[in-house]
Ligand binder design. Structure first.
Ligand code: AR6
Length: 231
């Protein structure tokens, strides 16, 4: 059944993409054309080693809340491979929770090529960053800072020097950034998630009471920030 569910979502994704072009009406009569799209990675589940079962529950719950609260948004969760465990967990739980497949779906690919490869019409992408908002460091943070170029580094520095766990920071992308020019991305939202990796700062020592609270805050903050950008 897991394979069948996966297939259903893929079909729905196709429909969502086509629907976007045709301007089909979705929940509440808002045309999917007029929905603003955020692409986001799974926060904290790779380098920060957060438990995937717990994270997927929080992700689906947070998406459900955001879609109910903000009627003009569409959310796309991205990971590099279609074999991604966190992506599969979220897909399955999204079906069980009956999230609207036109307003939330998953995408396997590189988030820095979201529009040229995925043709999803995303205007904003989220980044799973580190507390110093430091370019590099591997993972999606390195990929996004590389793709954003000097312009993203400077614009981020101008906004803040550090970020706390559970918070997000909106950076408006200068039109000189390759991410703006190539992908049409107007904003990057940096997010710092909870860290369960003993070799990284702010290590939570497996305290999942704190960890889950911070991951919830991180996603709420991300979706709130996105909604305010596209308001
Ligand atoms: N496109 C889409 N998804 C990606 C990409 C990409 N180009 N690259 C990685 N992912 P991680 P964290 C997925 O480790 O766990 C950094 O060093 C990846 O498969 O990037 O929050 C920072 O500087 C995974 O599903 O973030 C921090 O120190 C997800 O992105 C630390 O890692 C997040 O994985 C943050 O760790």
């Amino acid at each position: 059944t897991q394979c069948m569910e996966t297939e259903t979502i893929q079909i729905n994704n196709k429909k969502a993409a086509e629907g976007g072009k045709r301007g089909d009406s979705v929940g509440g009569g808002i045309s999917s054309n007029s929905l603003h799209t955020l692409a986001f990675p799974s926060i904290s589940t790779a380098d920060f080693q957060f438990n995937h079962e717990k994270a997927s529950d929080i992700i689906v719950e947070s998406i459900d809340e955001a879609l109910n609260k903000f009627k003009n948004i569409r959310l796309v969760m991205v990971d590099l491979s279609s074999g991604s465990r966190i992506l599969s967990l979220v897909k399955d739980k999204a079906v069980k929770k009956k999230l609207d497949p036109l307003r939330f779906f998953t995408f396997a690919g590189n988030i820095t090529l979201i529009n040229t490869e995925g043709n999803l019409g995303c205007t904003v992408i989220a980044n799973a960053t580190n507390w110093r908002l430091k370019p590099g460091g591997g993972g999606v943070n390195a990929a996004i800072f590389n793709a954003g170029g000097e312009a993203l580094k400077l614009a981020t520095k101008e906004q803040a020097g550090t970020i706390s766990p559970g918070k997000s920071l909106v950076v408006s992308l200068p039109s000189t950034s390759p991410l703006f020019k190539r992908e049409g991305i107007t904003h990057v939202i940096h997010v710092l998630g909870p860290n369960m990796n003993p070799e990284r700062p702010n290590y939570l020592k497996n305290d999942y009471v704190k960890g889950c609270k911070i991951l919830c805050e991180a996603y709420s903050s991300l979706f709130e920030s996105f909604a305010s950008v596209v308001h």
